[in-house]
Design a protein around this ligand. Structure first.
Ligand code: HEC
Length: 211
């Protein structure tokens, strides 16, 4: 094998060897440095896993898999659900697929609750008509449709005015233009001065308007 190494015949060859050696050394150094960074990353990861594992375990242990018997043991069960007729039935019939307190995020009209219950029956929920009616009453009473958000007519953007008031984008832009030129609206009458504004829509929404 004539690799050139160990045959220092000419100065250039010697240089070559030295360069080769130092390159080698540098390479080894950088490999070592790399191993160190990788090792520290691995250590970092491990420490994360060490912290993460109990959290995962806890999440698993406390996940909302429960039986009605457990629900009775933990008092109060699902505190976000106001107590009252229908709550127990809700926990019993809805809780087999998902946490029954997801209803708290879905405030809606009685008709819409009825549609949601029909959808759940479609997913395979088993419940008697009596139970369904009881739960419907509970949901309609405790989780009604939230009141529509207020709109600040002096701060809302054209898009917010369009969506919030249900007016055309042209009208919304006209409102913003008018406001920019003439200053803040102070009353419903001010709004109605805007050319081409849909008075009916504005009046319909008058209780939601903030000046
Ligand atoms: C057989 C299983 C099952 C049962 C029992 C069940 N659900 Fe569901 N529920 C689902 C599934 C699946 C989804 C997710 C649907 C989706 O992502 O579109 C869901 C989603 C929901 C949602 C989220 C909004 C929506 O309409 O998708 C609400 C609210 C809800 N369920 C309420 C209830 C109520 C109230 C009950 C008891 C009366 C109930 N569920 C019982 C399967 C069930």
């Amino acid at each position: 094998m004539n690799s050139g190494k160990g045959t220092p015949c000419t100065s250039s060859a010697t240089e070559g060897i030295f360069r080769g050696k130092s390159d080698d050394l540098n390479q080894r150094k950088s490999v070592r440095a790399h191993i160190k960074t990788v090792a520290s990353r691995v250590r970092f990861k491990t420490s994360k896993m060490v912290i993460g594992a109990p959290i995962l375990l806890a999440a698993f242990v406390f996940s909302p898999v429960f039986t009605p018997a457990q629900a009775q043991e933990q008092q109060p069960a699902f505190p976000i659900l106001p107590s009252g007729p229908g709550k127990e039935t809700l926990v019993k019939i809805c809780g087999s697929c998902h946490s029954p307190d997801n209803v708290a995020l879905h405030g809606q009209s009685r008709e819409d609750w009825q549609a949601t219950l029909a959808k759940m029956v479609g997913y395979g929920m088993s419940a008697s008509d009596e139970e369904l009616n009881e739960v419907l009453d509970y949901l309609a009473k405790n989780f009604p449709k939230p009141p529509p958000a207020k709109i600040n007519v002096n701060k809302a953007t054209a898009v917010e005015l369009e969506l919030g008031l249900g007016i055309s984008s042209k009208q919304a832009k006209a409102l913003v233009e008018y406001r920019t030129k003439k200053g803040n609206f102070k009353s419903l009458d001010d709004l109605r001065k805007v050319p081409d504004i849909d008075n009916k829509k504005v009046i319909e929404n008058k209780d939601r308007l903030i000046y």
